[in-house]
Design a protein around this ligand. Sequence first.
Ligand code: ATP
Ligand code: MG
Length: 433
Amino acid sequence: MSYQKPKGTNDLLPGTSEKWQFVEETARLIFRDYQYEEIRTPIFEHYEVISRSVGDTTDIVSKEMYDFYDKGDRHVTLRPEGTAPIVRSFVENKLFGPEFAKPYKTYYMGPMFRYERPQAGRLRQFHQIGAEAFGSVNPAVDVESMAMALDFFKQLGINQIRLVINSLGDKATRSAYRQALIDYLEPRSAELSEDSKRRLHENPLRVLDSKDKKDQAIVADAPSILDYLSAESKEHFETVQTMLNELNIPFEVDSNMVRGLDYYTNTIFEVMSEAPGMGAQATICAGGRYDGLVEELGGPATPGFGFAMGIERVLITMEAEGVVVPVINEIDAYVVGIGEQTNIASLKLVQAIRNFGFSADRDFMDRKAKAQFKTAAKLNAKLALTLGETELAEGVVNVKSMASRKEKAFPLSDIYERFDEVYDEMMIVMFDE
Ligand code: ATP
Ligand code: MG
């Protein structure tokens, strides 16, 4: 009997996991520069945390949730996204309190779960890196947040991208626009896809997000939400654009862009990859403002702005742009132990080297010296330390610099007591050539 991983999931093996670490470490460094700190929330949440914030009529909640009743009959769900859990945590831990800086800037990374049809860049367990800023309505927060996402992509070597923005306005904007959209779509409803027919009355803005080609053609001539913005929302959106221009950040406005989650207000944005072969999964980052969400989850009225990016899609984009991820492919020392009697001494040697803060490995398979030297070369070992039965009897070890081929015997005690000096001495020899 052998088993396979669940559909829409991946095992990340060495060769790939280094790339993930590079992406995650880059995010941590950049986010730190912007003064964002990490919050880690559970992988599962009470169902209501997600349904209330993401919205009952969204695809995520109505079709894609991995929800179940636990043994205590509690309705829980694997998290499909990161913002709702972070907001739940923000409220539960009272991070809005006076002792915390405002805006409260936090980031997260980890797996998310959605029951979707798996395709390239679309999985059932996928991974997001996201950032949220709570407590300020200043459009500069919107722009700083977008700039941080773009900085991150630049740092990763991703250049072929497009920033697209739109505004969904405030509550008043939405209800006026909702009606205008229904008035436009209703006479054309016969031509809409089944999904969009349903959305038309449940959540008409969602029709704008349809992936159906015919729907998209109809939607292209729909009224623009930007014509329905309240004075305040209009000013906010104009300021965002002024600020993006001030930072020389190119952007496009797409008035038909909406997001797959109901909680957004005012500014929303997407970063799309223009790299060849990205197909339908070209959105690598998406986010926006959600000024009502904290209150919706029981906290004090607190504005928010955030984004999330899909790590899988970011990596596909890096691949498509030919980015080479730097990997460490060398070790400081390899211990070649010859003969069974050297087993314990080899163990002690490798540990001593590691205790000095160097990377080291050894042979465990009792292989011949030649094979062990081959491994040392393959691992790009800087030094090879050879310990045969004769050396062991004499209490010495032969140290060889793999690059300069220089060799020297050292007392074993030198390795235990001053390996750092031995290392320096052997590495300097190389430059004396
Ligand atoms: P899409 O329109 O592609 O379904 P979405 O609007 O559902 O995306 P968000 O919920 O805004 O996506 O999530 C933010 C980002 O997370 C997306 O831009 C994408 O990069 C990534 N993402 C979302 N769903 C998946 C998935 N099933 N597999 C891989 N990445 C995903
Ligand atoms: Mg989706």
